[in-house]
Design a protein around this ligand. Structure first.
Ligand SMILES: [Zn+2]
Length: 196
């Protein structure tokens, strides 16, 4: 009996039961090998990101690092004894500086890609399995500006954060980065869109 086929690709992002995600590599003596098309396309995209014209200020990066570590705007404000709107303003300024980041989650991803901040390796990392895959894919869609951040009261948000061992969506980006599920190649499309 042969091994059961994996339902998700090696990065745990794409459902391989979906024919749109699958291609086959033909070789002479072996049976054709299945591979993940979206991941193949991501690898083919240049891993090189454009040079950043302007980097966020040290304080703005500090806020994004805190958000990447799972702190909320409110928690950062309390710790630093500033108002919540001061904290929000810092992440907004950072997003405007980076230009291509529609959300804080995207700003965290771009800063991780340029190694301006560090991913959160401190806790357990989300496994790459069928349970987490749809959530990882959803975070990737958020990073790439294909969906809005989920509302705090949204049940789907609680499920997503549970599955990815994360405190917030920006934190989910950070733990998926630490798990190498999301990486710099996933950030490249943001810049491609910006050029148009
Ligand atoms: Zn894939």
């Amino acid at each position: 009996m042969s091994r059961p086929r994996q339902a998700y690709c090696a990065r745990g992002l794409h459902l391989l039961d979906d024919p749109r995600n699958v291609a086959f590599k033909q070789s002479r003596d072996r049976p054709p090998r299945r591979y993940c098309l979206p991941c193949y396309a991501a690898t083919k995209r240049s891993g090189r990101l454009p040079r950043l014209a302007l980097a966020p200020s040290p304080r703005q990066l500090e806020v994004l690092q805190d958000r990447a570590n799972g702190l909320s705007d409110e928690e950062i404000a309390e710790r630093d004894d500033v108002t919540v709107s001061t904290v929000r303003h810092a992440s907004l300024r950072a997003r405007l500086t980076l230009r291509v980041t529609p959300t804080t989650a995207a700003a965290v991803a771009v800063c991780l890609a340029y190694e301006l901040i560090k991913p959160d390796n401190s806790g357990p990392l989300p496994p790459r399995d069928a349970r987490t895959a749809p959530y990882a894919a959803s975070v990737l869609a958020l990073v790439q500006g294909q969906r809005e951040p989920l509302k705090p009261k949204d049940v789907q948000r609680a499920r997503l954060l549970d599955a990815l061992y994360a405190w917030s969506e920006p934190h989910a980006v950070s733990v998926l980065w630490a798990a190498k599920t999301i990486s710099a190649r996933d950030v490249a499309p943001l810049f491609a869109r910006g050029k148009r």
